[in-house]
Ligand binder design. Structure first.
Ligand SMILES: NC(=O)c1ccc[n+]([C@@H]2O[C@H](COP(=O)([O-])OP(=O)(O)OC[C@H]3O[C@@H](n4cnc5c(N)ncnc54)[C@H](O)[C@@H]3O)[C@@H](O)[C@H]2O)c1
Length: 333
């Protein structure tokens, strides 16, 4: 049994789906602070009665609840943990740092303590490109200096540091996956990106198309990039989810602790994303140009060569158009 914390959220639900469809039994622990019980219901329906698909259980609860975690790890005979549960709004983290250090950092320590107590040895951790801060070199490799410019990134760097100590002292093996921009939706269109508030570009553009938001503002068009707008690395959420399975299976097969970037390796500008949405939905998208946002680097693109080489990971949806198409299926459907 694999414990997936945050499995009612965007990325967690796709990770849970891939695990289930690869025959793993999954228990989701989620306090539904930003996740959705409807997502869990859909996951159950997707898995129900299908041959070769694992069993899904949902437990409503918090990663800070030690008693609950210990009983879960023991009673469900959990072999590995995938820890996604966290808050991830950069702006909010700068206004309310305690909320982030508490939920993202302290509660990760609680999970690790419970794992030690119950003899669970493997964990895959959701880290982020935000650990790098302002890039000194792109594409960004795992050796790039770690220098977060916001509390959200710092809360994740601390967990990575804590993981190193738990490996050294208690022999916990971990894979920390530093995701770049997760995007798109499961090919079924039944689960997808659902954040409130939404801060990610592709769903925001789709909300504009669907009349769910009045205005679409591009923050700055005078960056040193070909079209003047920021370039980011969008990775399909299913590709991201599949990397978790490779990481888990490698850990369960005896691999040591690792840190990997997860991105597509090719960047797309904000304008390219808007144009691609426009093409996919067959409608012009109206937007205006605003001021640059403080702390937004011009280009953030990952090198994912390490995970490709060591775990054989390969993106199945490298094209922006395919990522946008899958997102549209979810938003429109
Ligand atoms: N979305 C991205 O592009 C992106 C990029 C880099 C890293 N990440 C990381 O990936 C993870 C998942 O992100 P997401 O976009 O799916 O976010 P999300 O908000 O959709 O999912 C997070 C889930 O965790 C749950 N949760 C939060 N705190 C909890 C707690 N204390 N106990 C139990 N459940 C709790 C929420 O209810 C939610 O279901 C996060 O750790 C985030 O930092 C996301």
């Amino acid at each position: 049994m694999i414990l997936v914390t945050g499995g009612a959220g965007y990325i967690g639900s796709h990770v849970a789906k891939e695990l289930l469809f690869n025959g793993h039994d999954v228990v989701i622990l989620d306090n539904l602070s930003t996740g959705h019980k409807e997502t869990v219901k859909t996951l159950k329906e997707m898995a129900q009665g299908r041959k070769g698909v694992g069993e899904l259980e949902f437990v409503f609860g918090d990663t800070g609840d030690k008693e609950l975690l210990v009983s879960l790890l023991r009673e469900k005979a959990v072999s590995s943990v995938v820890h996604l549960a966290a808050f991830s709004l950069v702006g909010e983290s700068m206004q309310n740092p305690g909320k982030y250090f508490d939920n993202n950092t302290s509660r990760a320590v609680n999970i690790l303590e419970c794992m030690v107590e119950c003899g669970v040895r493997n964990i895959v951790f959701s880290s982020t490109a935000a650990v790098y801060g302002e890039p000194v070199e792109v594409p960004i490799t795992e050796d790039h200096p770690v220098k977060p410019t916001n509390v959200y990134g710092a809360s994740k760097v601390m967990v990575e540091e804590i993981l190193r100590w738990y490996d050294r002292i208690h022999g916990i093996k971990y894979v920390s996956l530093r995701y770049f921009n997760a995007a798109g939706a499961d090919e079924s269109g039944l689960i997808g990106e659902w954040h409130e508030p939404e801060t990610h570009l592709i769903p925001i553009v789709m909300q504009k198309v669907l009349g769910q938001r009045d205005k679409l503002t591009v923050f700055g068009d005078d960056y040193p990039t070909p079209d003047g707008t920021c370039i980011r690395d969008y990775i399909h959420v299913t590709d991201l989810a599949r990397a978790h399975i490779l990481a888990l299976e490698a850990l369960e097969g005896g691999m040591g602790s690792k840190v990997y970037n997860l991105g597509n390796g090719s960047g797309y500008s904000v304008r390219e994303v808007i144009d691609t949405v426009s093409e996919v939905v067959g409608q012009d998208v109206v937007y205006d140009i605003g001021e640059r946002r403080a702390g937004d680097p011009a280009v953030l693109v990952a090198s994912s060569d390490k995970i490709k080489k060591e775990l054989g990971w390969k993106p199945g949806y490298p094209e922006l158009k395919d990522i946008v198409r899958s997102a549209w299926k979810w938003h429109w459907g």
